[in-house]
Ligand binder design. Structure first.
Ligand code: 5GP
Length: 112
């Protein structure tokens, strides 16, 4: 089971801020910005490269949840970044697809 499945099953603690049948969102344990939330599908897709055509709806949903949480967390106007790390060169560390929502500070571009 992935760390994120364990969080969804309440087997390890996390600051959960939103959940439905398809996905869950919680604060990152090692935040890289004052707002750093992870939005995770309950179905385990290891990474974006493994997503299938049948995952189209859940992939779209993750972005709409990011939009909604950005509003809820007060970064809609100031701006925010949505990130998916896929594979080693991107720094992926948890093999369970997730969307990072980062905000409440100015974020440099290009990323490191
Ligand atoms: P990745 O590097 O795979 O794109 O992102 C994984 C993220 O998961 C990292 O930002 C890391 O801090 C976060 N993370 C890893 N383990 C845990 C955990 O047990 N709880 C929470 N809330 N976040 C975690």
């Amino acid at each position: 089971m992935t760390i994120f499945e364990k969080i969804a099953k309440r087997e390890i603690p996390a600051k959960i801020i939103w959940e439905d049948d398809d996905a869950i969102a919680f604060h990152d344990v090692n935040p890289q910005a004052p707002v750093h939330v992870l939005i995770v599908p309950k179905k385990v897709i290891p990474r974006l490269s493994d997503a299938k055509e049948s995952d189209r709806a859940i992939l779209g949903k993750l972005l709409l949840v990011a939009r909604d949480l950005a509003k809820k967390l007060g970064v809609e106007q100031s701006g925010y970044r949505v990130v998916i790390n896929s594979g080693p060169n991107a720094g992926e560390s948890v093999p369970h697809l997730h969307v990072h929502l980062l905000g409440k500070r100015a974020l440099a571009w290009p990323p490191g």
